[in-house]
Write a protein of this length. Structure first.
Length: 387
């Protein structure tokens, strides 16, 4: 049996999109009769040894009093120790540089192939979580990213924007396979739009509260929307205390507390019902290097679409890879609250348009962007690696 080590510096399972992505990747690999061993950090609540989706799981104990970089470094050392004790893997598949560089540097020593799954790069993303990060440290992290990329046998990423960025770092584009995120038709299916006659419409955002998500643009747009229509903005997501404080301050400053609900992240299986209770789903991605330069493939966009809700999203390449403007979604100018408000009112005032967009989006995503499709593409990458 082909043996795969899959490493991820993410808690699995968790409400985060990363966890959803990892679980579907594992399912696809196990369905190909690969023996999969997942190594992730422990949050102190989950068991150290486990089985998920047919894969063996080992969770590395963390000292949660340490900072992020100390914990990431500890995780990388723990993975290398595991490989030293268990050098029997055919492929080692990693999602980060903290263990990825060690893995790639030792591939000849242990005789495995390497696969780097690039969903985000810390040299770009960390500053949004930790403002004031030392520039010299960021430079060293970027050097480690470039080294890991060049040492990897294969690279996968979720968008063409991400592949272009990787290629700009000196990588051969042929080494990089784009595998977009997906949805599962068994989890998400379109439901009828709520009738708006006797209810206040709900604008829904699901996702992290990270600065790159553009939530401040939605908050700034809200007073302009409320001038013409009563609405409620429902924000559901995971965020650091700093991010929650900033969000609360913005809401109070604009005097829209009575129209906004902010809720912590919920388990993934509860998301379909949450979307079904909404009228419009928003993905207000900000105009910044994380979205424009590095790229991403927002799972929230695909899940909104699959659930049959009209989508309003920031007009940028990572969104246009998934939707067709004015067919599957309305798009607004990035970082422009006036344009966002205009498009929200367009949807609120035209139920037929909302219904048409929602139906088109659901049909598109459930035919083109499923986890089954992404699993098939990942399987082909593995076949090539193992040949």
């Amino acid at each position: 049996m082909t043996k795969i080590l899959y490493t991820a510096f993410d808690i699995v399972p968790s409400p985060k999109g990363a966890s959803t992505h990892i679980l579907h990747n594992i399912r696809g690999l196990v369905n190909r009769n690969y023996g999969v061993h997942l190594i992730t950090p422990n949050d102190g609540l989950l068991p150290t040894e486990d089985t998920i989706e047919g894969a063996q799981v080992t969770r590395i104990t963390q000292d949660l009093t340490q900072n992020f970089l100390a914990r990431a470094t500890h995780f990388g050392k723990a993975v290398l120790s595991h490989l030293t004790l268990h050098p029997q893997y055919d492929v080692v598949h990693y999602r980060n540089i903290w263990d990825g560089l060690h893995i790639a540097q030792n591939k000849k020593r242990f005789g495995y192939k390497t696969l780097f799954e690039v969903n985000g790069l810390p040299s770009i993303e960390l500053k949004y979580h930790y403002p004031g990060l030392d520039s010299e440290l960021v430079s060293k992290i970027k050097e480690q990213e470039i080294a890991t990329l060049h040492l990897s046998d294969a690279i996968i990423c979720p968008s063409n924007v991400t592949r272009d960025y990787i290629a700009s770092l000196g990588l051969n584009r042929k080494l990089v396979t784009v595998i977009p995120n997906g949805v599962s038709a068994s989890d998400f299916s379109p439901s009828p739009l709520p009738i708006r006659d006797d209810r206040v419409p709900v604008l829904l955002y699901i996702g992290t509260l990270a600065d790159w998500q553009g939530l401040d643009i939605v908050i700034k747009a809200l007073p302009k929307i409320l001038e013409q229509r009563a609405v409620r903005l429902h924000i559901v997501g995971r965020g650091r205390s700093r991010q929650r404080k900033i969000l609360s301050k913005q809401i109070r400053k604009l005097g829209v507390e009575g129209s906004v609900t902010v809720q912590p992240a919920i388990p993934h299986h509860e998301i379909p019902a949450l979307i079904a209770d909404s009228d419009i789903c928003v993905a207000p991605l900000g105009l910044n290097d994380r979205n424009v330069t590095q790229g991403a493939c927002p799972i929230k966009v695909l899940e909104y679409m699959a659930a049959g809700r009209p989508l309003l999203a920031s007009n940028m390449p990572i969104v246009r890879e998934l939707v067709r403007e004015d067919m599957d979604a309305l798009l607004f100018s990035p970082n422009d609250p006036d344009d966002l408000a205009r498009q929200v009112l367009t949807l609120l005032n035209d139920f037929d348009l909302s219904k048409r967009l929602a139906e088109s989006a659901a049909e598109r995503v459930l035919s083109k962007f499923t986890w089954h499709e992404s699993q098939k593409k990942l399987g082909k990458v593995y076949e090539k690696l193992l040949t």
